[in-house]
Design a binder for this molecule. Sequence first.
Ligand SMILES: O=C(O)CC1=CCC(=O)O1
Length: 92
Amino acid sequence: MLYLVRMDVDIPDAVGLEEADALKAREKAYSQELQRGGEWVGIWRVVGEYANYSLFDVDSHDRLHEILSNLPLFPYMTIQVTALATHPSAIG
Ligand SMILES: O=C(O)CC1=CCC(=O)O1
């Protein structure tokens, strides 16, 4: 099942630079592990924003929720999920 996910990140100043850097490093490692495993198909920066669009290929809504809710930056994100179905004009 394919999902297009937009993540907007807003880390409050109260978190502090050191903690924010640690969270970002954990986020990167977590993301890259899931990319290597094939569930996180790709990630793109939204130009000019602290946000990304990501494509996930996972078995269930529950699995996507598990992945997203375990993101180290999850407490500081607004997340929008769009489930994708096959378009009738798609050739592949
Ligand atoms: O920087 C972001 O957009 C947040 C993020 C999600 C996965 C990752 O590595 O960074």
